[in-house]
Write a protein of this length. Structure first.
Length: 82
């Protein structure tokens, strides 16, 4: 009546797959630093502050609050007509 290692193997396989998927998505700490910093595409032409390309709303809020005399297209010409 010996028990097999199937359950232990399946759990280890699932755990390793979840860890690999997490690391492939950017990861945290020093290992994912390069992939997190690679997307700083939005740069304010007035004050040169950078924003990730995924945070267009934050860039719009920045343009409205920090540079009220300029519009969004003037501050971020690379963002298009968003």
């Amino acid at each position: 009546m010996g028990g097999g290692n199937a359950q232990k193997t399946a759990m280890a396989r699932a755990k390793n797959a979840a860890k690999a998927a997490k690391e492939a998505a950017g990861g945290g700490g020093a290992s994912g630093k390069q992939s997190r910093q690679a997307a700083m595409d939005l740069k304010c032409s007035v004050c040169m502050q950078c924003f990730p390309n995924t945070q267009v709303k934050a860039a719009q809020a920045h343009a409205e609050s920090k540079h009220p005399k300029s519009d969004f297209a003037t501050c971020f010409p690379m963002a298009g007509s968003s």
